[in-house]
Design a protein around this ligand. Structure first.
Ligand code: 2HG
Ligand code: ZN
Length: 479
C-alpha cells in the first residue's frame, strides 16, 4: 500500500471512530476475522476496521469520510453471499461496513400491507413480525435465519417462493439509501403508485453495494396464509414436471407458491449427510418435485385440487408416485430435505456450480443438452441439477465423481462452466439467475452481458460513485 493510501486509511479510521464511537468500531483481529471470509470460503480478505453504525446518520458520516479520503467501503450483511460480494479485498485498504446493528422494524402498516425495516433486520425476524400482524412476507431462503434484508435487496435474492411472489426487487416499494458521498436518498415510500420519473429504487436493488448503502426498505406484505398443502411428487422427468406445473397453476387458481425440482441424487445426498432427512417415498425414483399450494382463505379447497391434479397426472404418466404432508412435521421434513441440498452437496466433496435460468418451457431440453455436454467432458461426474423450476432457475451443479481425483475434477471447472454457459446463452438465459456477481462472476458478466448494458452500468457507476469507493472489485468487470 502506498504511503499516501496508508495515511488516508489511518485518517479515515480515526475520524470514523470519533463519528460513531468505540461501540461502533471493531479493530481487534479475532473479532474482525469472521468478516474476512465469505460463506463458501472462496475469498479471504483483510481490513483494519469493521464499522458498525447504529443509524442512517452514522452510515452517512462513515461514507462522507471515506468519500473525502478516497477509502473503499465494503457493505456487509449476513455474509451468506455465494459470490464473495461482502468480502473485502486482500490488500487491507478497505473498510467493512456492517449493517447488523441497524435491525429495527420501523413500522408495520397492516391496512396498507407494508412493513418498513432497517437493512440489518434478519429476514426471519421480518417474516415473524409480519406473521404477528396476521400478514405474510413471502421472501423465503434457506439462509433466512441469518441473512439480512439489506443484503437480500442489494443482491436481489430469489429463493423458494419467487414463482408466485417474485424476487426481492418485486417485494420492495421504497428504499432509504446512503449515497457514496454521504447524502441520504429518502425514497422510503409505501406507495404502490408513484409515477414521477426514473425509478431510482431499482438502481440500488441488485447493485451489490456498488452504488450506495441501502439502510432501510419498505416492503410489501400479503394476507397471512391459512391453507397450505405440500406434496413430494415423483415425476416421470423434467418435461413431466413442467407439464404438471402448468396444470397445477391453472387448476389451483395460481395457488402454487413453490415448485422445486430434485433429482434422485439430492435425496440420497441429503439422507447421507444431513441428520433427520429421509426419503419421503417408499421406493426410489429418478426425479421429484416439492410442490406447495397456499391460500389466505381458510377452507380454500386446495387438497382436492392437488389430489385431483395428481391423480390425472398419474393416469397420464406424468406422475409416478406422491405423498401429501399430513402434518406440520411431515411438511417440515420435506422442506428440510430441499433446503439441505446445498449442505449435503458440500459434504459430498467438490462441486462445479452453475446458477442459471432459461424460460420454464425450455428447461427440459436445456437440461438434456447441458447434461450431455458435461458428461462428454467428465463421464463419471455426478449431476446434481435442482432448484426453482417454477421460475426457470436451476442450480445446474456438478459433483465430483465418487472416489475421484478432486484436483483433476476441479481443473476442468472453467471448461465445464464455459460449455454450460454457452448453452445458456443459446437459450437466451441468464448465467447468474439468483446468486449475483460479487467477485466470483465478474469475468462471466463481461463475457455474457450485453455490451451496451455493461456500458450503461459503468456510466451509472461513474456518475453515482465517481471516486469508486463503493464495494471496489465487485460486480463490474475490470472496475
Ligand atoms: C438453493 O436454492 C440455493 O438452495 C443454493 O440457492 C444453491 O448451492 C447452490 O448451488
Ligand atoms: Zn436457489
Amino acid at each position: 500500500m502506498s504511503t499516501e493510501r496508508t495515511a488516508s486509511l489511518d485518517a479515515a479510521i480515526k475520524r470514523i471512530g470519533r463519528a460513531i464511537g468505540p461501540a461502533g468500531c471493531i479493530t481487534e483481529r479475532e473479532r474482525i476475522a469472521p468478516y474476512l471470509v465469505d460463506f463458501r470460503g472462496l475469498y479471504h480478505g483483510a481490513t483494519p476496521l469493521v464499522a458498525r453504525p447504529n443509524s442512517t446518520a452514522e452510515v452517512s458520516e462513515v461514507l462522507a469520510i471515506c468519500h473525502e479520503l478516497g477509502v473503499g467501503v465494503v457493505p456487509h450483511g449476513g455474509n451468506t453471499s455465494y459470490c464473495g460480494g461482502a468480502t473485502p479485498g486482500a490488500d487491507g485498504d478497505e473498510v467493512v461496513l456492517s449493517l447488523a446493528r441497524m435491525d429495527r422494524i420501523r413500522g408495520l402498516d397492516a391496512a396498507n400491507f407494508t412493513i418498513t425495516v432497517e437493512a440489518g433486520c434478519i429476514l426471519a425476524n421480518v417474516k415473524a413480525a409480519a406473521e404477528g400482524a396476521d400478514r405474510f412476507f413471502p421472501l423465503s431462503l434457506g439462509s433466512e435465519g441469518s441473512c439480512q434484508v439489506g443484503g437480500n435487496l442489494a443482491t436481489n435474492a430469489g429463493g423458494l417462493n419467487a414463482l408466485r411472489y417474485g424476487v426481492a426487487r418485486d417485494l420492495a416499494l421504497g428504499l432509504e439509501v446512503v449515497l457514496p458521498d454521504g447524502r441520504v436518498l429518502d425514497g422510503l415510500t409505501s406507495l404502490r403508485k408513484d409515477n414521477t420519473g426514473y425509478d431510482l429504487r431499482d438502481l440500488f436493488i441488485g447493485a451489490e453495494g456498488t452504488l450506495g448503502v441501502i439502510t432501510a426498505a419498505s416492503l410489501k406484505l400479503f394476507p397471512a396464509l391459512r391453507s397450505i398443502e405440500t406434496a413430494f411428487i415423483a415425476v416421470a422427468g423434467p418435461a413431466a414436471a413442467v407439464q404438471l406445473l402448468e396444470r397445477l397453476r391453472g387448476a389451483s387458481g395460481e395457488a402454487v407458491s413453490t415448485f422445486e425440482y430434485l433429482p434422485r441424487i439430492a435425496v440420497e445426498l441429503t439422507a447421507r449427510h444431513v441428520p433427520g432427512v429421509s426419503d419421503p417415498l417408499g421406493r426410489p425414483y429418478d426425479c421429484y418435485v416439492l410442490c406447495e399450494l397456499s391460500s389466505s382463505r381458510d377452507s380454500a379447497g386446495l387438497r382436492p385440487v392437488l389430489e385431483g391434479c395428481l391423480e390425472r397426472a398419474m393416469s397420464d404418466g406424468l406422475v409416478l408416485d406422491a405423498v401429501i404432508a399430513e402434518s406440520l412435521a411431515q411438511r417440515n421434513a420435506m422442506w428440510k430435505l430441499r433446503e439441505s441440498v446445498p449442505e449435503a452437496q458440500r459434504a459430498e466433496g467438490a462441486s462445479i456450480k452453475h446458477d442459471v435460468s432459461v424460460p420454464v418451457a425450455s428447461l427440459p431440453s436445456f437440461m438434456e443438452e447441458a447434461t450431455a455436454a458435461v458428461l462428454a467432458i467428465i463421464p463419471m461426474a455426478r449431476m446434481v441439477t435442482y432448484g426453482h423450476v417454477g421460475d426457470g432457475n436451476l442450480h445446474f451443479n456438478v459433483s465430483e465423481p465418487a472416489g475421484g481425483d478432486r484436483a483433476a475434477f476441479m481443473s476442468r471447472e472453467a471448461d465445464i462452466q464455459s460449455t454450460v454457459h454457452e448453452i445458456v446463452r443459446r437459450y437466451r438465459g441468464s448465467t447468474s439467475a439468483e446468486h449475483g456477481i460479487g467477485q466470483l462472476k465478474r469475468a462471466q458478466l463481461a463475457r455474457y452481458k450485453d455490451p451496451v448494458a455493461l456500458d450503461l452500468m459503468r456510466t451509472i457507476k461513474r456518475s453515482l460513485d465517481p471516486r469508486g469507493i463503493m464495494n471496489p472489485g465487485k460486480l463490474l468487470p475490470g472496475d
